[in-house]
Design a binder for this molecule. Structure first.
Ligand code: FAD
Length: 427
């Protein structure tokens, strides 16, 4: 049986895989992108129906192409985001092969490179880039047993309110997914309980600029990877309804019941931590600190951006915050569904290489792994805060393509070669 050989194998054709392909092409590095489903599949079938991008079209895109037919300040619907990436792949003639799953990657013994098992045969590759996403395996904490009479789904399986049985819904987790799903269910007339943990809550916009702009000029997208073990704090933002600041007090005023962190379940009763007011205060502090930094930036640079004192006014805390509910009897509250918006884990079981620590976490520096020839792209905080976002992954991909290119130049060097000096010329 013949074995296909490729120089660089990129696994996954989401935004990360496509950005990698663009930069490898620019460096004339031959490569192949394998995608088990379709280009940008997660934007098509891995998200709820009404999702729009969390960032405006002018920002959440690659430098080489704008979103066609969209106001740059608008938030494109998810299908449009997927179409954008499919069009982008065509524009850069990315060598993507869809419908092929990579099942195993193993270092070749006594030879350079990797042996790759796919659903359509074996491939040998000198380099492998894992671009399989920042959000791979949904996590549902083991709190409510499966046999409990309530529908339990992860946010990645939520599609629309009509999918859930009649009755009240508990949404656990108030990051961008949880808060948007809870809001949609409330608008659909459902009684909604929202369990709110620690979060960051930036203003959607301030002094006439979207928060993505503020995070950019204040250098926050470039914030470096937090220490390993530092607690990840989710960010609550939304592009829904044209883009509004996430405001928990307003959601409560509209009828949503806010709860603290979900802790335990016994005899049909869920218990919550008494931390709701503290979590909201922490979110408020982040919000206000961003306004302070923005004001200082405006003053220091003498910018002409309109003042916005109302941004500092908060509604009074609603009763569900001042007198928080610490227990919820699901049956008595008529709660028929729980949506767990509790995040994702990585799953690299298919990579049988020495690039992981004892807990299975990738060992890497800016995506260059501990196993020479293996690269990671698109992971949260790969090099900085922006790494798992559309525009951020594009810059990380450039770094990895440069790294691969340099490695190839070392290997091309030979003392007896006439053009050995040429190898170091920039691409
Ligand atoms: C609800 C939600 C909203 C988001 N909104 C925004 C936003 O507005 N702006 C923004 O910048 N970011 C947003 N993000 C974050 C990020 O941009 C997305 O998660 C994005 O999909 C990540 O792209 P990726 O290419 O790294 O991974 P993915 O999109 O997950 O792509 C990975 C691809 O790899 C394929 N694959 C996986 N394993 C294999 C295998 N073994 N063999 C072959 N193929 C494989 C998958 O099928 C998939 O197509 C959002 C995330 C979520 C969850």
């Amino acid at each position: 049986m013949s074995i296909e050989e490729v120089e660089v194998l990129v696994v996954g054709a989401g935004q990360a895989g496509l950005a990698m392909s663009e930069h490898l092409s620019k460096s004339d590095v031959p490569h192949l992108v394998l995608e088990r489903q379709r280009i940008a599949e997660r934007w098509r079938s891995g998200r709820w129906d009404s999702l729009v991008a969390n960032g405006p079209a002018w920002h959440d895109r690659f430098p080489g192409m704008t979103f066609p037919g969209v106001d740059p300040d608008a938030f494109p619907p998810k299908e449009m985001v997927a179409d954008y990436f499919a069009a982008y792949a065509e524009m850069i003639s990315a060598p993507v092969r869809c419908g092929v799953e990579v099942r195993e990657v193993r270092r070749k013994v006594g030879h350079p490179g990797f042996h790759v098992e796919t659903s359509q045969g074996v491939i040998e590759a000198a380099y492998v880039v894992a671009a399989t996403g920042p959000f791979q395996r949904p996590i549902i904490p083991a709190i409510v047993p499966d046999e409990t009479e309530v529908l339990q789904i992860h946010s990645s399986a939520y599609r629309n309110p009509g999918q859930l049985p009649e009755g009240a819904v508990l949404v656990v987790g108030a990051g961008s997914s949880g808060v948007q799903i809870a809001d949609e269910l409330l608008r659909a007339g459902r009684p909604v309980y929202l369990s709110v943990g620690p979060h960051q809550r930036p203003p959607r916009s301030y002094r006439g600029r979207d928060f993505v702009w503020w995070l950019g000029v204040l250098g926050k997208w470039d914030a470096e990877t937090p220490e390993s073990g530092a607690e990840h704090v989710t960010i609550a933002v939304s592009g829904a309804q044209g883009g509004q600041t996430v405001d928990f007090r307003q959601l409560a005023a509209q009828g949503m019941t806010l709860l603290g962190r979900t802790k335990t379940f016994k005899n049909g009763v869920l218990k919550f931590a008494p931390d709701l007011a503290g979590n909201l205060a922490q979110g408020d502090a982040y919000y206000l600190s961003l306004l302070d930094e923005a004001d200082a930036y405006v003053a220091r640079n003498g910018l002409d951006l309109p003042e916005e004192p109302d941004a500092r006014k908060f509604e009074a805390d609603p009763p569900c915050v001042t007198d928080p509910r610490l227990a919820l009897n699901l049956a008595e509250a008529g709660t028929t569904s729980i949506v767990w918006a509790t995040g994702f884990a990585l799953d690299f079981g298919w990579m049988k290489v020495d690039a992981f620590d004892e807990d299975g976490r990738p060992k890497h520096q800016r995506g260059v792994s501990a196993e020479p020839g293996i690269y990671f792209l698109g992971l949260p905080w790969l090099s900085r805060r922006g790494s798992s976002f559309i525009w951020g992954v594009w810059h990380d991909a450039r770094y990895l393509a440069d790294h691969i290119s340099t490695q190839r130049k070392y290997l091309a060097y030979h003392p007896s070669s006439e053009d050995k000096d040429e190898a170091w010329m920039p691409d």
